[in-house]
Design a protein around this ligand. Sequence first.
Ligand code: OFO
Length: 186
Amino acid sequence: MNTNTSVIRLKSSLQESIAELLNGQIGMEARSSFSYLGMSSWCYTQGLNGSGDFFKKQSGEERGHMLRIFDYMVDAGAQPLVPEIKKVDQHYEGLRDVLVKALEQEIAITHSFNNIVDNCHKIKDYVTIKFLQWFLEEQLEEEQQARRCVELFDLIGTEDGGLFRIDKEIIRLKAEDMTKHVPKTM
Ligand code: OFO
């Protein structure tokens, strides 16, 4: 047996168009991770440590999502691409602005996953659809959490030390599973 023979990688089971979309999603998760880190940093500088912790955790979760897609692509014999990250804007008008931007970010991510699933259906890539199921359910949870943060802000209000209470409530959301649907499939 020739030990110099290079290992020939079998052709990827992922179609190129899906690999491209998944690479785009890796970039989106990475940007989301950095964006949350920026929000966390802003919150800490305002003395909002509960929200700072919330967004720091969120940032770590987004990195986990990025790696989950990375690993799937490797398993499928495709090459995940390391994304380029643009500078994160860390200017906010206040905590509510941060919370609304976080919600908008999650909604955009959900749309992006839906678009990938749509494309998988077109080419009958059922394995990737199954893989993406976890993300769709995760997005339901993440959007719900982000929406709840804005609601809490509006319900409590900033009068009479309200901001302090809001900050305490926000980090508590990370400890609770607020979803009422069946657990994630993967
Ligand atoms: Fe990974 O975007 Fe939400 O969770």
